[in-house]
Design a protein around this ligand. Sequence first.
Ligand SMILES: [Zn+2]
Length: 448
Amino acid sequence: MSAKGASALWCELAWLGGERAEEGVLIELDGERVGAVATGVASPPPQATSLAGLTIPGLANAHSHAFQRALRGRTQAGQGDFWTWRRRMYEIAEAIEPDVYFTLARATFAEMVLAGITAVGEFHYLHHGADGARYEDPNVIGRAVIEAAREAGIRITLLDTCYLHGGIGREADGVQLRFSDGSADAWAERVDGLEARAGARVGAAIHSVRAVDPEAAARVAAFATERSWPLHAHVSEQPAENEDCASAYGKTPTGLLAAAGVLSERFTAVHATHLTEADFELLGGGGCGVCLCPTTERDLADGVGPARRLADVNARISLGTDSHALIDIFEEARALELDERLESGVRGGHSAAELLRAATAGGCDSIGWPEAGRIAPQALADLVTVGLDGVRLAGTSTHHAVESVVFAASAADVRDVIVGGRFIVRDGVHLSLDVAAGLDEAIAMLPE
Ligand SMILES: [Zn+2]
């Protein structure tokens, strides 16, 4: 395979967005995009590169904090909750400097690519130095994150995050000073210095109603609207956030953000675990997206996100690996369904195809890459093949291939990853980075 990529790909099986996989799919490439798609092509034409297994659109990780990859396995001992976990997370955030951040983000993004993720929304809030001292370039870490994504071969939207307060009515303190720009105007001024580049876009985020007051949230929303940027916020991850918000403002976090003009079709509520009836109406009626992160929500004992109810009010669902307790979008996708089964006693709330749409087009739409996440003419040629011949998936039938992959595949079954028509991963190997060594190196530089 040349660095320029193939001119056509022939897929043994491909998922084109329907309930079932199609056999013999020929994808003609037009530069970094899909030119034409034909089904029922029994054998590969001579000019085409053959892809075995099931080919799907590149997966989207709509919610990531790259540096939290360093916490994997290190927060599991002893009892605790979200807030005790946060103390451990702050220790890492306190210690990390731009060069280590770059090395860790590059390896974390490369781990994502190995798992079939071709686009990531990086919810980025660690902006400044110790005690909030500005770096010479106040966007040095954001730029490092963008460069890390480029080297890893993944598309990125840097969701530059406004974070001002240490809680409702509390000043930012300690490591939180590294997150805070001091005011929404100062946030906007800094973010104005960031620019998109090939493979990288910029968006905005409001950390949460804990960290951003309503006036500042309105300012961030207006700034994002002027630029047609995606806008994300952590919403109702923990009951304590709802309680604090109710006692300070007499509103739910969703209600507060709605009143501040934050909700729109470009808005994605991240988590949305603990919602009221009115919150469902606001998110659905506003045409908003909701990003669920089930492996993190499990890990942090947050609760089970109400995915079915959200889909029923037409909130657009996407998925994220968030704290990177795991990086496996197949696990996130099936968790939407399986976690709800435990609560409801009912199977089959979400079809496999619905879950795969959340994992692909849903995520790409949420982070501002609407031309990715589908296999169709003019779409970006971001494609992933899942091997069906390993122990987990051997015996998969064409008829049930989508269900088999969504409910049983792991990130380790991803064989090939193509971004913009170019192979980034071939036969399970990242073509330009030693990913495990990169993770080892970066994490070794951080506190145990
Ligand atoms: Zn998060």
